[in-house]
Design a protein around this ligand. Sequence first.
Ligand code: F0G
Length: 457
Amino acid sequence: ELPFAESYKIKMVEPIRKSTREERERWIKKANYNLFNLKSNQVFIDLLTDSGTGAMSDRQWASMMLGDESYAGASSYYNLKQAIKNILGFDYFLPTHQGRAAENVLFSALVSEGNVVPGNTHFDTTKGHIEFRKASAIDCTIDEAFDTTVLHPFKGNIDLNKLEAVYLKYPKEQIPCTIVTVTCNSSGGQPVSMENLREVYELSKKYGIRVIFDSARFAENAYFIKTREEGYADKTIKDIVAEMYTYADGMTMSSKKDAIVNMGGFIALREEELFKKAAQFNIIYEGYITYGGMSGRDMNALAQGLDEGTEFDYLETRIKQVAYLGQKLKEFGVPVQEPFGGHAIFVDAKRFLPHLPVEQYVAQTLAIELYKEAGVRGVEIGTLLADRDPVTRENRYPKLELLRLAIPRRVYTNNHMDVIAVALKNVYDRREEIKMGYQIVNEAPILRHFTVELAPC
Ligand code: F0G
């Protein structure tokens, strides 16, 4: 059998620059030990996020030239509407400038003070938009998701008992929707099985609760259903996606992930009433309903990206690259979340640096060490991100302290993956020399991780 190779070749390149350890130590100190404050030219391999960082295809760039910039009724809007109907099956949709904008618009129409919104671990902007409205997000993820050593094929699944307990505890008027995040970013890019999607939908219908998919990585989720769930091996990704969305009443989308564009988002719905209500907020916050914060050219590229992003060959290339990095790290003994996620490898920082107390921001400490080692920028998914309890203002210590290494789509080669793996191995080999973490010097009241300022303890 021939070895595996990428399902595309490269037509345009962007130079990146290496730096010295001395330079990086100076830069990270100046950035107040917050990797968001680094300039991109101070980074060699950028794994901060897979969001908006992908490489568009020649067809996407070509479709941009056909963008229609009419204020109302642009052909690009209708292209996108058709792609959403064909691939996801929704009749109503609203373009927004990105995923959190979709959340803002939809939750303005849906969520109010005192509401509860259950789901698998909500992404931070989703949770932020819920809590900003004085409502609360309830995490109903299965327990297996919180142990990085347990091998469960669908760690994004919702525990039906936990979900039903919420449905029994609160009146349905207080639960505007349940949100299923596919794949579940916060628990490690972990997929939700088709069986679980179906069961969640059926249970929710029994209690009269709407189901919304937070869909940023829906195609990667479909890839895992195809490769891991019985009965789906011979189905196309598009068939699987179509079935997935029969178990949703609506969706929010950050198109910057699985639709492989640099900016964009949307809401798609089945209910006309809710669509009309949300459309009002779209006009106030985003723009007229046929562009909603997006250029016509960008809607065209998004329509094309939805089609490419749901092709098996592309997804196989993508997810195998993530697994390639995961496997290397595993071979070096570096503790990582298993099974490997779709868009990222998550390093278990508590197992990596067991001698550091959680009060010293363990995953952030590891992120800083990796940057100093090789100019590789990952991101903390731990206590900084989990933020403070909105009521008590105490730090919320999540079960996991993770360093996320998010892999941009169609951007880096496996040589880059080798550099990342060896860099992390070097840090691992000297882990006992890392005796102290960091403390907060300054922080914002909400979504603090973006701007937090730190100092060594
Ligand atoms: N939902 C999920 C599951 C996400 O991962 C993100 C963004 C959003 C919603 C918000 O979308 O960024 O377009 O406003 N995740 C990025 C990340 C930022 O790095 O994981 P957005």
